[in-house]
Design a protein around this ligand. Structure first.
Ligand SMILES: Nc1ncnc2c1ncn2[C@@H]1O[C@H](COP(=O)(O)OP(=O)(O)O)[C@@H](O)[C@H]1O
Ligand SMILES: [Mg+2]
Length: 298
């Protein structure tokens, strides 16, 4: 008798839990969109984006990476995959976003921007609506969407930064990189002083070196800008990064125990701590709505 009662209780509990899970799932309809950018080129954006994607997927998140670097689009090179399609195929050839995705290591999905990134700024109203409806499907299949951009303060890069839920600015501790990071932070802050910018210091020799770089940027930002800077973390200068790049495989996949991989695991946990903003203008759909309405970025 007692056994039966326990069993019944178990069944009831399970049904309730399943229901709770289903309702949580139905509430969560948009992905967190994170733009990874930098003032100076070569500071490690592409490596950070890909390996952060891998680290997030290890934590159980479904991740899509969009390569939006106009000049040196090279995620495919670092990932070692050759995508068949790009954003152009969605915009011009009517392809469904699901068919344009390539699946890479750890089930991370990837879309190459190609010349589509430039096309985005020249769409007609109808093309624009179709594009947003189509790419909006990513909200259903991804928890996180990472966008790798070019470096600098071009109109295009700023648009990608302004439209994102989260902006990660990558720099190295070198003054040449931090000076350019400051110029970018300033350009973002001028457009929206309420935007939180998360700073990631890459290629550091010590944790102190990273903190010093962060502190210096924070001090000038506080003095001259109104923008909010937060320290996302640092990644050590690690020879395994270059070793992995030469093999065209993400270091987080082939050297999961290297220092850079461990640093990124911490960063992955930290970046997901803040909840995704809910509401109409969230997710990749919200992102592109904001992206297309920001014509006055310059
Ligand atoms: N943490 C790191 N340690 C050592 N080398 C790194 C690190 N991060 C990046 N690199 C090196 O810097 C180079 C540029 O990185 P990349 O990700 O292509 O930069 P970006 O996308 O900003 O131009 C890569 O070839 C890589 O070998
Ligand atoms: Mg790059």
């Amino acid at each position: 008798m007692r056994d039966q009662a326990n069993k019944l209780r178990e069944i009831v509990n399970k049904v309730n839990n399943d229901n709770i899970e289903t309702s949580i799932e139905s509430l969560k309809t948009s992905a967190k969109v994170i733009t990874v950018t930098s003032g100076k080129g070569g500071v490690g954006k592409t490596n950070v984006t890909i390996n952060l994607a891998i680290a997030l997927s290890k934590l159980g998140y479904r991740v899509v990476v969009i390569d939006a670097d106009l000049g040196l689009a090279n995620i495919d090179v670092v990932l070692g995959i050759m995508p068949k399609y790009s954003l152009v195929d969605i915009i011009k050839n009517g392809k469904n976003v699901m068919d344009v995705l390539t699946t890479g290591p750890n089930k991370v999905k990837f879309i190459s921007g190609g010349s589509g990134v430039e096309e985005l700024t020249r769409l007609s109203q109808l093309e624009l609506e179709n594009f947003v409806r189509n790419i909006g499907l990513l909200d259903k299949i991804a928890d996180v969407i990472l966008i790798d951009t070019g470096a600098g303060i071009s109109e295009n890069v700023l648009r990608f930064a302004m439209a994102a839920d989260d902006v990660v600015v990558v720099t190295t501790p070198e003054p040449t990189a931090t000076t350019d990071a400051y110029a970018l932070i300033k350009a973002i802050g001028v457009r929206n002083k309420n935007k939180t910018i998360r700073l990631l210091v890459n290629k550091t020799e010590t944790a102190i070196e990273a903190q010093t770089a962060m502190q210096k940027l924070n001090n000038v930002a506080k003095k001259f800008l109104q923008v909010k800077l937060s320290f996302l973390g640092y990644i050590s200068n690690d020879p395994f990064v270059s070793k992995a790049v030469k093999q065209q495989k993400p270091f987080a996949v082939i050297y999961p125990e290297c220092t850079a991989s461990k640093n990124l695991n911490e960063i992955a946990k930290k970046i997901m701590q803040e909840p995704t903003s809910s509401g109409k203008n969230s997710g990749i759909k919200g992102f592109f709505n904001k992206f297309f309405s920001s014509n006055d970025v310059n």
